[in-house]
Each structure stands twice: as C-alpha cells, then as structure tokens.
Design a protein around this ligand. Sequence first.
Ligand code: MRU
Length: 366
Amino acid sequence: MRNETRPINVRLSDDNLAVIILDQTALPASTTFIELEGEQDMFEAIVMLKVRGAPAIGIFAAFCYAVLANGTHTDNNKVFAEEAKRFKAHLESARPTAVNLAWALNRMEAVVLANGDTPVAAIKEALITEAIKIQQEDMRMCESIARHGLPLLNDGDGVLTHCNAGPLATSIYGTALGPVILARQSGMAVRVFADETRPLLQGARITSYELTREGVDVTLICDNMVSAVMKNGWINACFVGCDRIAANGDAANKIGTSGVAILAKHYKIPFYVLGPSNTIDPDCETGDGITIELRDPNEIKQMFFTKPVAPDSVNCYNPAFDVTDHTLISGIVTEYGILRPPYSESIAALKDYITKKIYQTRRISS
Ligand code: MRU
C-alpha cells in the first residue's frame, strides 16, 4: 500500500532495553522520538497520550512488557512471573476503555504462564518475539481492513471521520483511514472532513497531519460543524475507529462519535465502525458494560490555549469516550470482512470462526 513498510510510531531499541515511540503530543509541530526504559515513564506515556489509539496502545504495552521482563534480575521462574504480574497490572491500569491494552498484555502473560519450566532467559527471548508478532499481525489486520472497507467508497465521495484512527493509532495503515488512504493510492478522489475532536484535538493535530502527508484531500472542521457539512450534502459515509465493541455491536470510540452517528442517521448517511477483531470484547454484553475513562478537567479549561478559557473553579465533565448504539451502525469492518446487523449474531459467528481457526492451527502445528 505504501512504500514505507515499517511502523514508525512504536518499536524496540536495537538492544531491546527500551521502547521508542513517536511522541504524538508533539505533532504536528515536531516529529519527536522518545526512548522509554522505565515502567513509570511507559505508564505515563499511555496516560498522557504520547502513544494513543487502541491498537497502538496494545502494541506499545506488549513491547513495554518485553522490555521490563528483559530487565528483571532473577533466574527463578516463580519470582519472574510474580514481577511480570505486577508490572502488567500497572500498565493495564493506565487507560480503561481500549480493550486492546488488556488483550495485548494478556497475550504476553500467556507466554510466561505457558513456560513455567523454561529457563527465564529463553522466556525473555520468547516475549520479544511475541511483541513483534503482535505488531506484525496488526499490520496485516489493518491492511485487510483497508481492503474490505475500500468498496464502501465511490470516486468523488466525501467521508467524515472523528478523532484519529490512522497509521499512528495502529501499526501502519490505520483502521478508519485505511480505505481512504488505499482509495487515494488507487487514484480515486475522496475528500475527508476531519472533526477537530475536542478537547485533545486528535483530528486537528494527527488526522489532518497524516492525511496531508498521504496526499488525501482533507478539510478540518470543528466538532459542532458536523451537522452543517452533512446538511450541505458533502458527506457520503462516516468512517470511525473503535476502542471496544460489545457483543451486541455497541461501540466505544472517542467522545463525540455517538453524536456523529445520530446525525448520520438523521441525514441517512451510512455510519461505519472499523477495527480489528481483537477490539471486540465478548465479555461485554452491551455498551453499558464498557468503562469510560474520565480525564483531567484542565484538558477542557486550558490545554492548547495561551490563556485559560474557563474560570478555574468551574466544574467540568471530561469523558474521553462514548458508546455508539449498535442500531446506528451500518457495518463493522474487521480484517475478516464487514459485519452487518443483527450484530449479536454476526459477532458471535465471527468469534466462533476465529476460535475454530485457532484450534485448527494448533492441531496442525502440534
Ligand atoms: O484517546 P485516544 O486518542 O487514544 O482515542 C483514540 C480513538 O478513539 C480512536 O478512534 C480509536 O482508538 C481507534 S484507533 C484505530
């Protein structure tokens, strides 16, 4: 899809002692790479959104787990497993909504648990391999999502997106932005309207940066302009990412997404959620079971402004995500294809298919 085939946002240092990330809080003013060696710095990088976007957080956490495991000083399997359990819990507590964080850390922990008798040095090697595998799988999943999403677009379409679900939020291609980037590379004219995404401006800072670099025609709008551009007839489809999808299809994504979906229904515009299958949380029956992260009020009151824009004492409510009701979603685009309503059936069928596939792969390789 693109010439550059290595992710730039998250990677291991050459000596495997640090995780190097592109600091997303510095964009678009500067492209700054930072090297993280310690557990607290890694934790804070997630909390402060230096690394952000559900799949990217999962990949980053997997690399952090491998680096922290590598830095432990014990040959005793039990002590090693206990230490890993402790830093896993700490990293996992950094952000509650994106299921990919816990998913990736559970996968890393499974390597430790399955190798109770293996020398610790060999487990450390296996953890590095597993983290790289998680990232490579994400690259393949994102490419596949882009290919499944492409037929939803027609030449000349206008697409509305919210927040940032592009390459920097994943491994390389993005989810919601994947079909758009692919369309552009195929010579199609697609115009994207990017919501700025208050309060942390992921749309303004990151989506418009990424799409401009990809040569996509992108127009930045404030969040309260969505209805206007829809009414103008400029939007043919909405493409958004997701942080956690419940078994009934309710989908958590950046705060403001559900409002876009409600407006899309009013204007009869299809609304698509795009994400890898590991974003589906079968333990969450409906969106009511999804924990929504609450963030610092200062993100609303003063961040990004040279002067405070609200009285210091005012109460603020700052949820980072909301849940779009499954009835508003036209399709969920995964690496396996597009899921359609009723989602309780299509999601269950997909999960069943994946479980059987994993079981079969294990049988063949054992
Ligand atoms: O708070 P953020 O910036 O991590 O929120 C990100 C989003 O809501 C994205 O849309 C979602 O993680 C999907 S990224 C492919």
